[in-house]
Write a protein that binds this ligand. Sequence first.
Ligand SMILES: NC(=O)c1ccc[n+]([C@@H]2O[C@H](COP(=O)([O-])OP(=O)(O)OC[C@H]3O[C@@H](n4cnc5c(N)ncnc54)[C@H](O)[C@@H]3O)[C@@H](O)[C@H]2O)c1
Length: 324
Amino acid sequence: MRVLVTGGHGFVGAWILKILHSRGDEAIVFDLHDNARRLEVLYPTGNTPQFAFHGGDVTKLDNILGAIDAHKIDHVIHLAGLQVPTCRQNPLLGSQVNVGGTLNVLEAVRLRRDSVKRVVYASSAAVFSPPDAYPKGSLPDNVPLNPGTHYGWFKICNEGNALVYQREHGIETVGLRPWTVYGVGRDVGMTSEPTRALKCLALGRPHQINYGGWQDMQFVEDVAAAFVACLGGVYKGPKSYNLRGAVVDMQQFLDAVAEVEPASRKLLSFQGGQLPIAWDLSDKGIQDDYGPIPVTPLVDGIRNTLESFRRLEGEGRLDKNDLG
Ligand SMILES: NC(=O)c1ccc[n+]([C@@H]2O[C@H](COP(=O)([O-])OP(=O)(O)OC[C@H]3O[C@@H](n4cnc5c(N)ncnc54)[C@H](O)[C@@H]3O)[C@@H](O)[C@H]2O)c1
């Protein structure tokens, strides 16, 4: 495959590039910036494979068309977007990038549908209403959605637009809804706090996570594998799929960290309430249609992340800019 990865220099993008490269696919990075720092820390020093980079802005249709044509793209993974805090501060910019940008990707694929076979795009669990809006039990992909953020509504809008492009133009679209993705490279966004806590722990620093309650902790390698899995296989329609990792409350997360690193009890804490997003989501849909999607146990994901942060610190390669 020749896969255009928009937002490829972001956190999830870096891990997707790594999987695509290991499979022998050609991955082309489409991003505003050419800074590959999140990718480089996934490889030993000096061993990062060369990925073609196409600088561009998803708010500009001709930038995306230019990338598809220049690199003879046959599949697209669309990740480029702004996260919850930015969309809250600047909803107009948020809609231009998250909604307008996604429409541009879909439109570019429509214009090049003879060559591009499928688009897999990042939606989010933020499309869901607060947890008390639903009955108890794991929620399937298809439930009423009434989120409390612009970001959540932008993602719903994208899911709707992807549906229309499939129905009216036959474009194969697949949406995925991650919850809290954690791992090396996570340094922005509302739910980056658990990863930041692990980075502080690796450095022996205290850290207080600024919210509590339940969440679904998803190891980034599993999320990346889900995106790649949805590029192939028999197409099952323009669905938006929940993902599922380890559903824990914040104390259970900290207990899992302490299982790996008992010293964390003295360094890590949390204060604050539940994020207003339903957290008990079933992944039956994606597992049935494109599975098996790997689910790394929480303790293993924590250990992997902590060890990587320690190794990077030892090599002088740990990025601490997100620690303030
Ligand atoms: N990380 C999570 O926990 C999580 C959870 C749910 C959904 N998501 C979604 O997954 C996607 C990837 O998340 P991430 O954590 O890798 O985000 P990230 O912020 O680390 O990366 C986003 C990338 O998009 C690029 N970008 C931003 N605006 C752009 C534009 N106009 N044109 C081109 N590139 C642009 C950025 O430069 C960055 O490299 C996003 O759409 C996000 O909303 C992430």
